[in-house]
Design a protein around this ligand. Structure first.
Ligand SMILES: Cc1cc2nc3c(=O)[nH]c(=O)nc-3n(C[C@H](O)[C@H](O)[C@H](O)COP(=O)(O)OP(=O)(O)OC[C@H]3O[C@@H](n4cnc5c(N)ncnc54)[C@H](O)[C@@H]3O)c2cc1C
Length: 668
């Protein structure tokens, strides 16, 4: 167990009871558990084709995909160990923050924002365990919108256009949310049979139903699919949950990877990339106080996340020359590593309402723990939540610029510890806690999805064990702040809708010293500046176009790629986990193609089509042959034996010759 469970549920007095019951059963390890990949026994100085640093959302997916190629050897190093049981049970997600499986990063104090935050800084939780932040996130499944990827494609090339990325989102996805599965118009955009389950819930919580009604009254369309690319509104998210358990890239991909070609080293802290004559040839790592060197014959791939990837690059001599020289680091490549840090900016608005506003039958039911342990259903199996997406103006209703995420908190909730974990200061959390002793609280997180502000990550020192310096840069562009009066007033207007009015909901303006005696709009701006926090979606610190190219290769260095959230040139309009998995899926195919193996792991040079070999057919024996695309269009079935119908083969230039052969193409 990683921390006290009483802080986790936010679901009233019953929460502690569920927690204790589950804690008891979980402690016995008999009913909730998972077999995680074993630590490999490795010789110091060993060589691998690929070394991947970080087994997070991206690293877990990438390692699994590369290990599909039997003759690739892959080493995956992870600074953390196995996830705790709380990482499996969806309702315990909050307990993982500020625990030993969190890197517990914070931003640097800037004296401009964060006056109402503890120590004047933003908390930046990040997973330090197998699965990385994918093992502690909130499991919301989102993708961003087509225009996000039009932007990426204009910066980094057509690999990243919407049509292509959609194919990869669908490849990994196993959609089971019945609201979506039963609607053919929606299913056009979803995958079935992929590794990661994306599920919905048939029993929407009482308070979520009330919020949906409220947003409808406020003029929002209720949408059945929050990932639908052509319209926006308010709706429930689907989640990466399978049978009531978190379904991350760790559980769905790495756990099922080919263990003969994949070697995993846990609790191994990578301290440096070894770069010789402009080529990355290996890494240095520390495990159990022992220093290890491992060598890569083909590539070193960094998947250490938005904060640690730039740190490692800079420690290894790749970064802004001035900064590196100031620390005495020899500059190997002068690149803007660490700059372009950005995140969705989140400000909480608060209402209080009568007791009973948030009533949820499930939350009051002390049988929840048993229910969960019996068949993985009920409150503990869920990460139920919803949002309303808002456009900048009504003329662009298909693209959101903002989101509102409401939560209803029953009286006497263990709200205070969650409030402190989020990073609000003692006074504020105490004030809200006291209100919660008398009323139910409604919090509405108002989120700016496309900030213009940028921060940066820098090295604190040349000691690899020092945390990086995170200059969040929030509201460094005043225009970002200018949106908040409208957003917060929209959030407050929930109090004026039928149900919440009937519960005497009213706006609470918590006391923020820096903002006393201001008019309303000025107060909102001041309070937003003081209370703004990260929405935990930081990206961009090794961005495509400036640090890596469209194939994710670090500019000017051979054998070095970055595959994680740091390559996003611009943040997408939505939660970032599925897009990071998509990045890893694309990276795996780019790498396989680069080394002339098909996307399912077959060496294209050995491929046979009917009684012909690939090499006997000049038009399809090139490493970039169209046949790979033909196969790819069919490999969603995740099979090592692929049968491609001859009608699909017509896509390629050798149609004439292929029409003479069997009607299937077998790739063993
Ligand atoms: C609290 C929280 C809630 C979130 N909720 C959602 C959500 O509901 N939906 C959603 O879509 N997104 C969500 N996100 C965002 C999403 O989880 C991240 O964008 C995504 O996980 C990032 O993946 P990554 O591979 O870039 O980094 P990570 O998953 O963080 O992986 C980096 C890995 O590298 C390891 N590592 C770092 N440095 C080293 C080193 N030196 N040596 C060895 N290993 C190292 C880390 O331990 C970690 O395992 C959330 C994030 C957080 C923090």
């Amino acid at each position: 167990m990683v921390c006290g469970l009483t802080s986790c549920l936010g679901s009233g007095a019953a929460g502690g009871l569920f927690s204790s019951a589950v804690q008891f059963f979980a402690a016995t390890q008999c009913l909730v558990g998972e077999t995680w990949p074993k630590d490999s026994v490795l010789q110091n100085g060993s060589r691998y084709d690929f070394i991947i640093v970080g087994a997070g959302t991206a690293g877990s997916a990438l390692a699994a995909r590369l290990s599909e190629v039997a003759n690739f050897s892959v080493l995956l190093l992870e600074a953390g160990g196995d996830p705790p049981i709380e990482a499996i049970i969806p309702a315990f997600r909050e307990t993982l923050k500020a625990s030993s499986v969190d890197w517990n990063f914070t931003s640097v104090e800037n004296n401009i924002t964060s006056q109402a935050l503890k120590r004047g800084i933003e908390q930046q939780p990040r997973g330090k365990m197998l699965g990385g932040s994918g093992s502690l996130n909130h499991m919301v499944y989102a993708r961003g919108f087509p225009s996000d990827y039009h932007e990426w494609a204009s910066i980094a090339g057509e690999t990243w256009n919407w049509t292509n990325v959609l194919k990869y989102f669908m490849k990994t996805e196993h959609m089971t949310d019945t609201n979506i599965v039963n609607n053919p118009e929606l299913m056009v955009y979803h995958g079935r049979g992929g590794a990661i389950e994306v599920s919905g819930t048939n029993e929407v919580m009482f308070s979520i139903k009330k919020f949906l009604q409220a947003f409808e009254e406020l003029g929002f369309k209720t949408v059945p699919d929050m990932t639908y690319p052509n319209s926006i509104g308010a709706g429930c998210f689907s989640h990466t949950i399978r049978n009531g358990e978190r379904d991350s890239s760790l559980r769905a991909l790495l756990n099922n990877a080919n263990s003969t070609s994949l070697h995993i080293l846990k609790d191994a802290f990578v301290t440096k990339i070894i770069i010789e004559n402009g080529t990355a040839i290996g890494i240095e790592a520390v495990k159990d106080d022992e220093k290890f060197l491992f060598y890569a014959d083909r590539e070193v791939i960094l998947s250490a996340g938005t904060f640690n990837t730039p740190k490692l690059l800079m420690l290894s001599g790749v970064g802004p020359s001035e900064h590196l020289r100031s620390l005495g680091i020899d500059v190997i490549a002068d690149l803007p590593v660490g700059s372009n840090l950005h995140d969705h900016a989140m400000v909480l608005a608060f209402l209080v309402a009568d007791n009973g506003t948030c009533v949820s039958d499930e939350a009051e039911n002390s049988m929840e723990a048993i229910k969960y342990l019996y068949d993985r259903t009920g409150f503990l199996a869920k990460a139920d939540n919803m949002a309303a997406y808002l456009p900048l103006s009504s003329s662009e209703p298909t693209v959101p610029e903002f989101a509102l995420y409401p939560t209803c908190i029953p009286q006497f909730s263990p709200f205070r510890s969650g409030c402190l974990t989020l990073g609000l200061n003692e006074d504020l959390c105490t004030e809200l806690h006291n209100l919660n002793q008398e009323y139910e609280l409604v919090t509405i997180a108002a989120v700016l999805l496309k900030p213009k502000s940028r921060g940066k990550v820098e090295l604190n020192s040349i000691n690899p064990f020092d945390d990086p310096l995170i200059y969040a840069g929030t509201f460094s562009e005043e225009q970002d702040l200018d949106h908040f009066p409208r957003l917060i007033k929209m959030a407050w207007s929930i109090a004026d809708t039928n149900y919440f009015r009937s519960k005497n909901a009213r706006v609470i303006k918590p006391w923020v010293e820096a903002c006393s005696n201001l008019t309303e709009s000025a107060w909102i701006k001041c309070m937003s500046r003081a209370m703004v926090t990260s929405a935990w979606h930081s990206v961009g610190t090794a961005a495509m176009g400036t640090v890596v190219d469209g194939d994710l290769k670090v500019l000017g260095i051979n054998g070095l790629r970055v595959v994680d959230a740091s390559v996003m040139p611009k943040i997408i309009r939505g939660n970032t986990n599925a897009p990071v998995v998509m990045i890893a899926e694309i990276a795996a195919d780019l790498i396989k193609e680069h080394y002339s193996v098909s996307r399912t792991g077959t060496n294209l040079n050995n491929m046979t089509i009917g009684n012909l070999t690939a090499s006997s057919m000049p038009n399809i024996s090139q490493p970039n042959i169209n046949l790979a695309d033909v196969i790819e269009n069919n490999d969603m079935i995740n099979s090592s034996l692929i049968e491609v119908e001859i009608t699909n083969v017509e896509l390629i230039t050798t149609t004439d010759r292929l029409s003479d052969i069997d009607d299937t193409v077998n790739v063993a």
